[in-house]
Design a protein around this ligand. Structure first.
Ligand code: MLC
Ligand code: AMP
Length: 491
């Protein structure tokens, strides 16, 4: 976001990024991003919201690209490093990406796409150029999110939206220039991009990357004592707790001692089980601060930084965000009644990329964003009860559309039909399960899994399978997902 880059000119010599055992300053970021901007502009005055897609793991190079795109007036489209080629191609086609940039490690993987403007980050030479004035009302980023309608949608946020998402958090959670956060999350979603990377840099603080999550590496970094903030999805806390319990007592004590010195720790992107919160409290001495958000709006509701963090609850609306609970007709519900969380504020996205009808459907007539999450206001604290669609699954903090997986599987020649659901799971939140209806003989699951891997990223792969002659349906012939879920519990 353009104002974030302007701010960094006041903290030039401070440590901004730690990655690959190297430390980079804000000055380093400004210089590298200026080269990126000059390269993209190629003597043009302004990218005028051209979409620049990039596949780069969490690193200094990722941030240099993100900033360079913004400085040149483009829209940043970060790609998922775990996506197979068809998913990447979908995003490139949907955004009509003008450029595709990657670091060397992804060159071979991407080359079959034959993008007409495909470049290596390593070939971007240092250059200086006149940079455009980029208005804060312009589009800044497109992130892909799964919906209830099959294919993922591009969520467009403006520089102003992102600024509001950042400042709501930096003020509420009292970010300081002395902070150093460990970021282990992917950088194609708001949790990793906005809550950690952008909030840190906005505060003149440091973001340390670990490009892929690994329990032991996380504990090693904690033990070194440089990091004082950590944010993650509940699955990661679950995995850390499991690993901690396997470690010898001396190692456990070392980790717990380091964690005790942290300023605070956050969980979000999925419901935090109270048991996970309690176990982490006994390991770290911290009651995890649980907050609630969404790609379309950044964070909306948070437990307090100071004051009671209530287990099983998401807290109160952030200062710049207005929240209401509404019924199916979008009328505000009576106090003590559950309803859909609807949100207004400068944090809320502007549109789904080139999907005006879907954009319109997700807002009420008077401009409230309809989240689809059902909640209850309980003694001043919001509590999530579920979602208004069974076709949205949350697994490992990723939002996954059952319909998208079904559409892919229906293309398999040996399948007549398929129904996908999420089953409760203590580690993943939900685990993806598929009920297959083979066209003739039983399907070989092992072979099917290999087939799916070429078409879907690992986190979207079903883990449990059953095979049936047909799917449970209602009198209208529609698949009844709740009945389908029950079929898995009897196996
Ligand atoms: C991976 N595996 C799964 C799985 N994902 N199994 C079941 N369910 C899943 N969802 C399996 C793999 O097949 C593999 O098994 C093993 O786990 C390791 O795979 P991996 O890809 O290396 O997983 P790992 O790196 O351990 O990933 C776990 C994770 C990751 C929790 C780090 O899922 C993750 O980064 N989640 C965060 C997503 C995120 O950022 N969400 C925020 C969205 S924004 P095998 O057998 O092959 O070894 C948002 C808004 C908000 O929600 O409020 O923040
Ligand atoms: P995404 O679309 O990936 O941004 O995911 C957003 C969704 O994650 C929300 O609509 C919620 O369903 C879910 N979510 C985020 N934070 C929480 C939380 N603290 N508790 C329960 N669900 C959450």
């Amino acid at each position: 976001m353009i104002e974030l880059i302007e701010r960094s000119k006041h903290t030039l010599n401070r440590k901004a990024i730690v990655a690959n055992d190297k430390t980079y300053s804000f000055q380093d970021l400004l210089e590298a991003s200026e080269s990126v901007a000059a390269f993209l502009l190629n003597r043009n005055a302004d990218l005028k919201e051209a979409r620049i897609a990039f596949l780069v793991k969490p690193s200094f190079e990722y941030v240099a690209l993100q900033w360079g795109i913004w400085r040149a007036g483009g829209i940043a489209v970060p790609l998922c490093t775990k996506h197979p080629l068809p998913s990447i191609k979908y995003v490139l086609d949907d955004t009509q990406a003008d450029f595709l940039i990657c670091t060397g490690e992804y060159q071979q993987f991407l080359s079959p796409l034959k993008h007409s403007n495909f470049h290596l980050y390593e070939n971007i030479a240092s250059k200086k150029t006149e940079l455009p004035d980029v208005e804060m009302s312009r589009r800044a980023m497109i992130l892909y999110t799964s919906g209830t309608t099959g294919n993922p949608k591009g969520v467009v946020t403006t520089h102003n939206n992102i600024k509001s998402q950042i400042t709501d958090l930096t003020t509420s959670w009292q970010w300081q220039a002395e902070d150093q956060i460990l970021n282990v999350l992917p950088l194609h979603h708001v949790h990793g991009i906005v809550n950690m990377l952008c909030c840190a840099l906005w505060s003149g603080a440091c973001c340390q990357f670990l490009p892929a999550f690994n329990e032991d590496e996380v504990f090693d970094i904690f033990s070194k004592g440089q990091v004082n903030l950590f944010m993650a999805v509940p699955t990661i806390y679950y995995k850390l707790i499991n690993r901690y319990n396997e470690l010898p007592k001396t190692k456990q004590e070392e980790i717990s001692k380091a964690l005790n010195n942290f300023r605070f720790m956050v969980s979000g992107s999925a419901a935090l089980p109270v048991s996970t919160l309690e176990q982490w409290l006994s390991i770290s001495g911290h009651t995890l601060l649980e907050r609630y958000g969404m790609t379309e709006m950044g964070m909306a509701i948070s437990n307090p930084y100071e004051g009671e963090r209530r287990p099983g609850h998401i807290g109160q609306p952030l200062p710049g965000v207005t929240v209401r609970l509404a019924d199916e007709e979008d009328n505000v519900v009576e106090e003590g009644t559950q309803g859909e969380i609807q949100v207004k504020g400068a944090n809320v996205f502007s549109e789904y990329w080139q999907k005006p009808e879907e954009t319109q459907k997700t807002f009420t007539k008077d401009g409230w964003f309809k989240t689809g999450d059902i909640a209850l206001l309980n003694d001043g604290y919001y509590r999530i009860l579920g979602r208004n669609s069974v076709d949205i699954i949350k697994s490992g903090g990723y939002k996954i559309s059952a319909l998208e997986i079904e559409e892919v599987l229906r293309k398999h020649p040996d399948l007549k039909d398929v129904g996908v659901v999420g089953l409760p799971d203590p580690e993943w939140g939900e685990k993806i399960a598929a009920c297959l209806v083979p066209s003739k003989d039983e399907v070989d699951i092992h072979v099917l899994k290999e087939w799916m891997k070429e078409r879907l990223p690992g986190y979207k792969l079903p883990r449990t399978f059953i095979q049936q002659e047909d799917l449970p349906r209602n009198v209208l012939g529609k698949v009844t997902k709740n009945e389908l879920k029950k079929l898995f519990t009897v196996i």
